[in-house]
Write a protein that binds this ligand. Structure first.
Ligand code: GAR
Length: 194
């Protein structure tokens, strides 16, 4: 029997990174390990729910509007994550500010579309593009109490050329995310080649 390694993916919107992780890891065998993706969202209208459905995967929805405050939402989120005993928790477009209830109990990694510590927070791609810098990029870091500030695990640069538009730069950032995030997941789980 292969060992099961569940990967919880937290997301809030489109879920293209979720879909990419599903393609790489859902019911995939790496040596003696079989990986499985467990998607969780805070938004019942998140497009990623439909993407996961196309692969026959149900998303756990924890609607943050049903919780009086961040602490109560995070308590529920921690409970649901723990019930799956995941080997790894990945935040891929999860647009929530986390409380210590989450960060003190769950070890997670986060994908962020800039070269941290530059451009923390929302609209990082646009702010990076408009900064006048000739490079932007993608960061994957451990989640800590302070927003977008935990230990950096991997980074990749994305050039900003004269002819780039916000759309073309965004596409290049996304392509880089689709390459970098699975690499880091594989490394953290010590997965051999399939
Ligand atoms: C990704 O570009 C990710 O880096 C970003 O949200 C996007 C989600 O896209 N995350 C943040 O900005 C976190 N601060 P997706 O839903 O299509 O995967």
């Amino acid at each position: 029997m292969p060992e099961r390694a569940k990967i919880v993916v937290l997301f809030s919107g489109k879920g293209t990174n979720l879909e990419n992780l599903i393609r790489h890891f859902h019911h995939q065998k790496f040596g003696d390990t079989e990986t499985e993706i467990v998607p969780i969202t805070n938004r019942p209208d998140a497009e990623g729910i439909l993407r996961a459905k196309r692969y026959g995967i149900d998303t756990v929805v924890i609607d943050h509007r049903n919780y009086k405050n961040r602490e109560l939402f995070d308590t529920k989120l921690v409970e649901v994550i723990r019930s799956h005993s995941p080997k790894l928790v990945v935040m891929a477009g999860f647009m929530r500010i986390l409380t210590p209830i989450f960060t003190s109990q769950i070890e997670a990694i986060n994908l962020h579309p800039s070269l941290l510590p530059l451009f923390k927070g929302a609209n990082a791609i646009m702010r990076s593009f408009e900064s006048g810098m000739k490079v932007g990029g993608v960061t994957i870091h451990r989640v800590s109490q302070e927003l977008d500030s935990g230990e950096i695990l991997a980074q990749a640069c994305v050039g900003i050329a004269e002819e780039d538009t916000l759309e073309s730069f965004t596409r290049n950032i996304q392509e880089t995310e689709y390459r970098l995030l699975p690499e880091v997941v594989k490394k953290l789980l010590n997965l051999p080649d399939p």
